[in-house]
Structure formats: C-alpha cells, structure tokens
Design a protein around this ligand. Structure first.
Ligand code: HEC
Length: 106
C-alpha cells in the first residue's frame, strides 16, 4: 500500500523541476548567455532582428515552441541559420523556444 503510493508519486516528483515558473538552473543561465552572444550576433542583441529575423514574442506567435525548437536544433538548410544540436539538446531547445515566445530573453 505505502509502496504503491510512492510509485504513483514518483513521476509527479520527477516532473516537478520543469514545472517551476522560470526558476533558472545554472545550465539555463548558460543558455541565456548563448542567446545573447551567439543568437544575438545574427538576430540582434535585443533579438529585434539583424541578419536573421527578429525573435520577439509577437513575431513568434504563429509557431509552437516545438516548431521553433526544431529550427534551433536543425537550423534552416540553405540559410545562415546553423544547427545548434552540437551545443544544446532538444529539451533545451524547447526551453529556449518557450522563453523566446514568452519574451524572457535577452
Ligand atoms: C549565423 C547567423 C545565425 C545565428 C548565429 C542564429 N541564427 Fe537563427 N536564423 C538565422 C537566419 C538567417 C534565419 C532565417 C532563416 C530563414 O530564412 O528561414 C533564422 C531563423 C531562426 C528561427 C526561425 C524564425 C522564423 O521566423 O521562422 C529561430 C527560432 C531562430 N533562428 C533561433 C535562433 C536561436 C535560438 C539561435 C541561437 C541558439 C540562432 N537562431 C542563431 C540566422 C542565425
């Protein structure tokens, strides 16, 4: 009985850290740095656009975080947008995309 309650709680406990509203881990602060310095070199320091299009919440509204994450991970072949897979995971890319959509960067 006690054990079965534990087993039911476990997935909830495991899921918790991702559900906390924008508390950033050290790795997420690294990613924030990446957005400013690496993404910013093309998309503009304040993400208003440059060589790449602006990445403001308004502009990104039509896309889901997953769609944007795919672009971040794989890049856009044939354009200047490079694939970022060597530097971040898909989960991190979704987190980044979500942050862009919510306007928490740079
Ligand atoms: C070397 C320049 C360059 C860098 C660095 C770069 N991008 Fe891009 N990015 C582009 C270009 C150019 C496009 C537009 C591609 C196209 O025409 O479809 C783009 C498109 C995108 C899009 C899709 C936007 C849309 O309107 O479809 C997202 C999201 C994006 N970039 C995120 C990022 C993130 C996050 C980073 C940093 C991890 C980054 N980019 C770094 C050049 C860059």
């Amino acid at each position: 009985m006690v054990r079965s309650v534990c087993m039911r709680l476990l997935p909830i406990l495991l899921a918790l850290p991702s559900g906390i509203a924008w508390a950033e881990t050290e790795r997420q602060q690294e990613l924030r740095h990446l957005v400013k310095h690496d993404c910013g070199s093309c998309h503009g320091l304040t993400l208003q656009g440059g060589l790449g299009p602006s990445l403001t919440p308004d502009r990104l509204k039509p896309f889901t975080a997953e769609q944007l994450a795919m672009t971040i991970v794989h890049g856009r072949p044939g354009t200047a947008m490079p694939p970022w897979l060597p530097f971040l995971s898909e989960t991190e890319a979704v987190w980044l995309a979500q942050g862009l959509k919510e306007g928490v960067f740079p």
